[in-house]
Each structure stands twice: as C-alpha cells, then as structure tokens.
Design a protein around this ligand. Sequence first.
Ligand code: ASP
Length: 140
Amino acid sequence: PDYKFGTVGAVACDADGNLAAGTSTGGMTNKRFGRIGDSPVVGAGTYANNNTCAISCTGHGELFIRAVTAYDVSCLMEYKGLSLQEAMRIVVQDKLVKIGGEGGMIGVDSKGNTALLFNSEGMYRGLRDNAGINEVKIYK
Ligand code: ASP
C-alpha cells in the first residue's frame, strides 16, 4: 500500500465551549536532522485558549515560529475584538505573506465558528459541525 505521511492538524470545540488543538507532522521535505518546526511549539503552529480560539497550522514552520502565528490569531481576537475569520485572514493572507510564510491554518472559536484559510495553492482540509456541515476540500 502507498501510505502518505503528511501533516495532520485538528481543532475541536465541545458542547461547553472548551477548545483543543493538536498538530502532527513529519516536518518539511529535506529538513535538517534535529530540526524542530512550528507544529510542537505552542503559540507557533498550535494553540488553544477557551477565551478565544483553537488553531492548528501547516506550512513553512520557520516563518510560523517567527510570526508566533497561532497565538497571533488569538491575540487579535482577544485584544482587538476581531472574529476568528477576520483574525485568521490578517495573519494568513497579510502578515504571513509579507514575510514569505506559505501555508495555512484551521481554527474554531468557543461559539463553534470555524475557519480554514491558506495562502498556498491548496490545503487538504475537512470540516464537520453540529449544523450538518460535512465537507472535505483541497483547493480553493
Ligand atoms: N509546519 C510544518 C513544519 O514546518 C510542516 C507542515 O506542517 O507542513 O515542520
């Protein structure tokens, strides 16, 4: 069988509004031995806070670490009062693009609102909610 070993990220919101995020990855192709990407770095590739959002990222980890990407989304929500969608748009389509950080992220807030954004050509992604949305997509 042809197994594909790629990044898997997940975010979830339970019935009480508790949030969780997790990210697993093999890292970047041809990475240096011992490299640590953004995925296990809380605040960079992965972050959850019941007051704001849960975020899981995929992409060029060095840039996601430099931008403290997942936490930045939470900060924009907490300190500027932005929605999840708007905070993610600023981080993924503006801030990351400006520093050359290609990739994307999935997010959910404590009300169950979801967003899946990327500045790359595509991002394998799926979404399921209690309103009946059940979708899987790759490209825009
Ligand atoms: N962000 C990961 C890393 O830089 C790779 C990925 O998720 O695509 O290690």
